[in-house]
Design a binder for this molecule. Structure first.
Ligand SMILES: [Zn+2]
Length: 237
């Protein structure tokens, strides 16, 4: 479909291709969700780019509020910090796939994309003993190889309803940005790592969540994993 559009008209095609790559609701390059049903007063917090040395502080904070979330982990970090990856799963959080070494996937070959997802998948299975059923594309950008790779690995794409931009905002700015982002079915994207950086500083994320978690709890929100929100079984080996 997208090829016909590209052939048909230049500028319009460029716009639609950009939508297909980055659009949160696009299905062009594979099945993908960006929100859950609004029928339940629940939100799904997601954390990308970990595990990192900073993840245990986040896990403690989530535990304080009884929050279960979804961690989209990179295979590279899972192999680097296996005990932290295991603790994420043991604490009841869902583990999703966020590629092996966090490259951008657009313009890449289908084999490159498959290898990135398969290596990350293997790292999580071998380390945590669970098989991810969800994938979040790096930089929220997808490409042609995503669909066959997702099919072979049984992965559903997950974008987000709102992204915190917590890699560049202060704690106060994150609170301001995300303070109104919760609504039934929202999938909210934060980070417990910074791509391949070791010992990343996620203080602004933690500072914001210390304000946002009690606020959302007081507003009556349940915190669920993405698979729970979608009423989708998270596949076990
Ligand atoms: Zn990322």
């Amino acid at each position: 479909m997208i090829l016909e559009v590209i052939g048909a008209a230049g500028l319009a095609a460029a716009g639609i291709t950009a939508y297909g790559v980055r659009g949160r609701s696009a299905q062009v390059f594979g099945p993908s969700v960006w929100k859950g049903p609004a029928s339940r007063r629940a939100i799904a917090l997601t954390f990308d780019d970990g595990p990192s040395e900073s993840t245990p502080d986040l896990l403690s904070l989530l535990s304080d509020y009884g929050v279960r979330a979804t961690f989209f982990q990179c295979g590279h970090h899972v192999r680097r910090l296996p005990r932290i990856a295991v603790r994420c799963a043991a604490d009841g959080h869902e583990i999703g796939n966020h590629t092996d070494t966090h490259p951008a996937l657009y313009l890449r070959s289908a084999q490159f994309i498959y290898d990135q997802l398969e290596r990350a998948q293997r790292a999580v299975i071998e380390t945590c003993g669970v098989t991810p059923s969800l994938v979040r594309p790096t930089f929220g950008a997808r490409w042609f190889g995503m669909r066959p790779a997702q099919k072979r690995l049984n992965l559903l794409g997950v974008m987000w309803t709102t992204i915190a931009r917590d890699w560049c905002l202060s704690g106060d700015e994150i609170v301001q940005r995300m303070g109104t982002a919760a609504h039934p079915g929202a999938i909210l994207c934060f980070h417990d790592g910074r791509e391949l950086t070791h010992r990343p500083n996620i203080d602004s994320t933690l500072q914001a969540l210390r304000v946002l978690l009690p606020k959302w709890a007081a507003e009556g929100y349940e915190f669920v994993t993405v698979s729970e929100m979608l009423a989708r079984p998270s596949v076990k080996p």
